[in-house]
Design a protein around this ligand. Structure first.
Ligand SMILES: [Zn+2]
Length: 136
């Protein structure tokens, strides 16, 4: 992404859309815990995913070898209220499209580096023909 730090959420959104080549859904969610951008302090973008400040903190604790906090209050994504699931639907669709685009970009990059369809197929666990039909 470009070096300039966005000043507003709208600028950050446009910057992320330009980087990803996709229109972002109205509400973004953490790909790890599913919380919406409105329920967390920060949401950090990655290729086809987002992580919230709370999940980053949990990861830091785990990486540092600290004790993992009690997760018994964690609501599994599919046990959330219908309103939450409806809101999550657009984001899940975006995440799927974004991941698909990233996968295609990986294959395109490998092909420009003259990596064979056989090598790509082997990594994907599919036949050479299946890899070629899906990504060429
Ligand atoms: Zn999270």
């Amino acid at each position: 992404m470009p070096d300039k730090k966005p000043k507003t959420e709208a600028q950050a959104r446009r910057k992320a859309e330009k980087f990803l080549g996709l229109k972002l859904p109205k509400t973004l969610h953490c790909s790890f815990c599913g919380k919406s951008q409105h329920k967390v302090e920060k949401l950090i973008a990655g290729p086809g995913c987002f992580i919230c400040n709370e999940c980053v903190s949990l990861c830091e604790t785990i990486v540092a070898g600290g004790e993992i906090p009690d997760q018994s209050g964690f609501i599994k994504p599919l046990e959330r209220p219908t309103e939450d699931l409806l809101e999550l639907l657009a984001f899940a669709n975006f995440a799927t499209d974004s991941s698909r685009n990233f996968l295609q970009s990986l294959v395109d990059t490998l092909r420009t580096r003259e990596v064979s369809w056989a090598q790509i197929a082997e990594q994907l666990g599919v036949s050479r023909q299946a890899a070629w039909e899906r990504f060429s």
